[in-house]
Design a protein. Structure first.
Length: 131
């Protein structure tokens, strides 16, 4: 299970890890990077992440990799819980929403490199007027 959203302008990826914690609950990893995504609302921004099959996690904003590489388990379920979900607020409360419009969601069967990220960003600039 993987959830992607925003928290105080930071892009956040929450990923279910293998095994259980000491209380028998699922273990989760959090990868986050600051991109000021909730500053100057009304602007079109490109944001996303790359989760390679070797577990490498990279966050992308406005056509470039941001933050440090992280590691997240690539589970056998390979399922999505939410794309564009806000991660603000308690649990599934009223603040757990994405406050914008998704213009496009790209899911690739491979990890994009910097050249492909630049091409997608150029496309988003032309198609949606992204910054």
């Amino acid at each position: 299970d993987t959830s992607v959203g925003m928290n105080d302008g930071r892009l956040v990826v929450i990923n279910r890890e293998d095994g259980l914690d000491e209380l028998g609950s699922p273990r989760w990893s959090t990868t986050t990077a600051d991109a000021d995504l909730q500053v100057a609302t009304g602007e079109v921004r490109m944001a996303g992440f790359i989760h390679a099959t070797n577990g490498a996690m990279h966050i992308v904003a406005d056509g470039v990799f941001i933050g440090a590489e992280a590691r997240a388990h690539y589970g056998s379920s390979r399922s999505w819980r939410r794309i564009g979900g806000g991660i603000d607020g308690p649990g599934e409360g009223p603040y757990n929403r994405f406050g914008g419009t998704l213009g496009a969601v790209l899911v690739l069967p491979f990890a994009a490199d910097e050249a492909l990220i630049a091409r997608v960003h150029a496309w988003a600039q032309g198609r949606f007027g992204a910054r």
